[in-house]
Design a protein around this ligand. Structure first.
Ligand SMILES: [Zn+2]
Length: 118
């Protein structure tokens, strides 16, 4: 729906062009479609709509896993090249947020500035 399949395909092809050292962040993914709520919430996750993907959890940071989850201190190991690749194809990165989730990307081109839209 809304071209998310084509956008994710374009992201995948672009990520395949990155140097091999980036693959540890990408493979294996932690999944895309999963009909569930956001962890700790009753709100429906974007995974439930098939519009989100989680990268490799082993090399990502998540506020719920931080030392002080009640006042998380931002952490990130995902490279900016990966983030920019997703953004170029209409995905937002939840690694930017106060409640950061560095593995999580959502297809939300309407939230990106016009110059970043695919
Ligand atoms: Zn996710």
């Amino acid at each position: 729906m809304n071209g998310v399949d084509q956008a994710l395909g374009a992201v995948s092809r672009a990520l395949d062009q990155l140097p091999s050292e980036f693959m540890k962040f990408l493979v294996p993914t932690a999944g895309t479609y999963n009909c569930r709520s956001v962890a700790g919430s009753s709100a429906r996750s974007m995974h439930a709509y098939g519009a989100a993907i989680d990268l490799n959890v082993t090399h990502a940071d998540y506020w719920r896993w931080s030392k002080n989850a009640s006042a998380p201190i931002w952490e990130n190991r995902i490279s900016i090249e990966i983030v920019r690749t997703f953004e170029q194809h209409g995905f937002i990165w939840v690694g930017y947020w106060y409640h950061f989730d560095g593995m999580h990307f959502e297809y939300r081109p309407e939230l990106l500035p016009d110059e970043s839209r695919p």
